[in-house]
Ligand binder design. Structure first.
Ligand code: GTP
Length: 294
């Protein structure tokens, strides 16, 4: 009998959640950024492993917050934690245990979890052992602790074999050929957002969103039109840049990512529009597809 179930991937902003999922699925689907808090919504990434189907749910980082958009992100992560068969909690190996302790408090339903110590390529083997030792005081809480690095040495099966143990016997929930339940349009949106994070500094990317207005598949090219939403006119100026250099760079980077995923040529046209204070009010958030329920 095959096993199939949901696995929530949680951890503080920048813990390496999206990178792990892209690496496991072998394709770049989730958004990765060196800046924290880039992932805003839950998304499903499907990995087949020895005839079993694992549905990973990428979540926004767990963090404390005041801003409404950030509260929405936290709410998304908590919902995913409550709704799954097992949780993968990612803790960068250099982190103190405080993030893990606050996760234990948030895991109200006591869903089983596996602790992944991430980015171990940044430290020595001795430091990894030392950290494992520190976590041992919580060994009755986690099912397993696995040190990983997506940059070297770790094998997919090191993680997937362990995850499958905690899934129920269940027929596949999704077509085994698909890698994600996300629509291509949403993936394009995330690629454009990621390119904004890569090219524009400071707080601006956090106050920016993207609407994909149109995707037209022509015989030799995909024509995509998208609008970058900002909160104020100074931000619009920054996104466009002197002589439109910034927006050209954003467009070029996003196009490269899209073409790599689809294997087709892409013509990407970007516009910029101002929506005052959209991260701060429910109406603004809802209009952009963040379904605030609190
Ligand atoms: N050295 C090293 N860096 C890593 C590893 N995994 C991820 N990173 C880096 O860590 C940074 C954050 O990665 P993300 O995957 O965006 O982290 P996230 O947890 O999804 O972040 P949020 O979207 O903020 O919640 C990126 O710069 C990655 O390249 C790893 O195994 N080793």
């Amino acid at each position: 009998m095959t096993k199939c179930g949901y696995v929530s991937v949680v951890g503080r902003p920048n813990a390496g959640k999206s990178s792990l999922l892209n690496w496991l699925v072998g394709e770049k689907i989730a958004m990765v950024s060196h800046k924290a808090n880039a992932t805003r919504k839950r998304s499903n990434i499907i990995v087949m492993h020895n005839d079993n189907q694992i549905v990973f749910v990428d979540t926004p980082g767990l963090h404390e917050t005041e801003k409404l958009l950030n509260q929405f992100m936290l709410d998304e992560a908590l919902k995913a934690m409550g709704d799954c068969d097992v949780i993968l909690f990612l803790a960068p190996v250099t982190d103190k245990l405080t993030h893990y302790e606050s996760f234990l408090e948030k895991n109200k339903k006591d869903v089983k979890h596996i602790l992944l110590l991430t980015k171990i390529d940044n430290v020595s083997g001795e430091e990894v052992l030392q950290k494992i030792h520190e976590y041992e005081k919580y060994s009755d809480k986690y099912e397993a602790i696995i040190p990983i690095s997506i940059k070297k040495a770790t094998k997919h099966s090191d993680i997937l074999d362990e995850v499958v143990k905690y899934l129920p016997e269940h027929p596949y929930l999704f077509d085994p050929e698909i890698m994600t339940t996300e629509h291509l349009r949403d993936i394009f949106k995330e690629f454009i957002r990621e390119s904004i994070f890569e090219n524009i500094s400071d707080e601006i990317p956090y106050e920016t969103d993207v609407i994909v207005n149109k995707v037209e598949e022509k015989p030799n090219v995909d024509v995509i039109k998208a609008t970058i939403i900002v909160q104020k006119s100074t931000q619009k100026g920054m996104i466009i840049g002197k002589g439109a250099t910034a927006i050209k760079r954003i467009g070029k980077d996003a196009r490269t990512k899209i073409e790599k995923l689809t294997g087709r040529k892409c013509f990407l046209e970007l516009f910029v529009s101002i929506k005052k204070g959209w991260t701060k009010d429910k109406k603004g958030l809802k209009e952009l597809g963040y379904d605030v329920t609190f």
